[in-house]
Design a protein around this ligand. Structure first.
Ligand SMILES: C[S@@+](CC[C@H](N)C(=O)[O-])C[C@H]1O[C@@H](n2cnc3c(N)ncnc32)[C@H](O)[C@@H]1O
Length: 313
């Protein structure tokens, strides 16, 4: 059972008053504001830089072993966003397997993000070794379609970068995609690390902040527990990363409010959360468990975890 499921069940059983009188709206219910908040988060954090460091230093060795010398490789990217990270990974794959052509399935529900990804691809003629298939859909819809079509093809490399928060059952999603791996395939997952400020925030305010419809407050520590309980083999890496959240503490600052929406995943958090919840979250965000204060800035621990999963044995 998934940690969130366990918690929501105990909540029902004991009838505890964790739910708010007027439930807070999830940020993901407003794709426009979600995407704007995500762009701001990328500007204010070292999120993509730490991923790129990983992709350029550690990923090449991982990719060297996929495919087993095949002339053609199948890749699936789930929750690809605008594709910046996916394209870096494809480029490393190409360097390790320069003679191979690649079929790349892109699974991304946001029309805007998919459009941005296509624009990026159109600007890179060096990607001629890749054939892109664009799937504007969620991971669950992709799974349903795959099963309906009874597709038997196997994938050599599957990645889910900062995506598993948005599925209902991360364990089932991992299991489905792991079963698609070829014998020498790899499934790569990136999420916030259990040691990050996010982990602390979610352990403290899970009942108030986390959307029960999706897993949302999941860290690599949760996924590792799940993988260990099911006997799945994996390797893990910790990527140090930071997020400047200074503006969150300036009442009425638009940038701070948008960042707070992203941190809490609540739409218009500053305006809709109770004064107690707002005060508690702000206090925790600048607590040393979550952030360090340096040169007048509040720097939130945005460490990421990477998990590399082998095929089912
Ligand atoms: C935090 S962004 C990460 C984007 C990109 N992987 C990156 O790291 O830059 C999460 C992405 O997952 C997509 N997404 C949301 N729900 C999803 C779902 N159920 N299945 C697949 N992707 C989803 C969003 O549209 C968004 O592009």
């Amino acid at each position: 059972m998934w940690p969130c499921d366990r918690l929501s069940r105990s909540r029902t059983r004991f009838g505890r008053a964790h739910t708010m009188a007027a439930p807070l709206k999830s940020l993901v219910s407003d794709d426009g504001r979600y995407q704007t908040a995500f762009q701001l988060f990328l500007q204010r954090s070292s999120e993509h830089q730490c991923m790129l460091d990983f992709i350029h230093t550690q990923l090449p060795d991982i990719l060297a072993s996929v495919g087993d010398g095949k002339p053609h490789l199948n890749v699936i990217g789930v929750g690809s966003g605008a594709g910046e990270i996916d394209l870096e990974m494809l480029s490393e794959l190409h360097q390790k397997h320069p003679a191979a052509t690649v079929d790349n399935e892109v699974v991304e529900p946001s029309a805007q993000q998919l459009h941005n990804y296509r624009v990026l691809v159109s600007q890179k003629p060096e990607l001629s070794f890749v054939k892109f298939s664009w799937n504007q859909m969620t991971a669950a819809q992709f799974e349903e379609r795959w099963k309906l079509k009874k597709t038997t093809a196997k994938a050599d490399f599957i990645h889910m970068v900062q995506m598993l928060y948005y599925v209902k059952d991360p364990g089932a999603t991992i299991s489905f995609f792991q079963h698609l791996l070829s014998e020498k395939g790899k499934l790569l997952i990136i999420l916030v690390s259990g040691q990050s400020g996010w982990g602390k925030l979610w352990r403290t305010y899970r009942h108030q902040l986390c959307n029960a419809e999706i897993s949302q407050c999941v860290t690599t520590a949760d996924i590792e527990s799940y993988l260990e309980s099911t006997g799945v083999r994996y390797r893990s890496y910790e990527l140090p990363s930071q997020l400047d959240i200074t503006e969150c503490f300036s009442e009425g600052d638009g940038t701070g409010e948008l960042l707070l929406d992203f941190l809490t995943e609540v739409l218009d958090f500053s305006k809709t959360a109770s004064p107690e919840l707002k005060a508690g979250v702000l206090e925790l965000l600048r607590h040393p468990d979550c952030s360090v204060e340096t040169q007048g800035r509040v720097i939130f621990n945005n460490n990421l975890g990477v998990l590399v999963i082998d095929p089912q044995s």
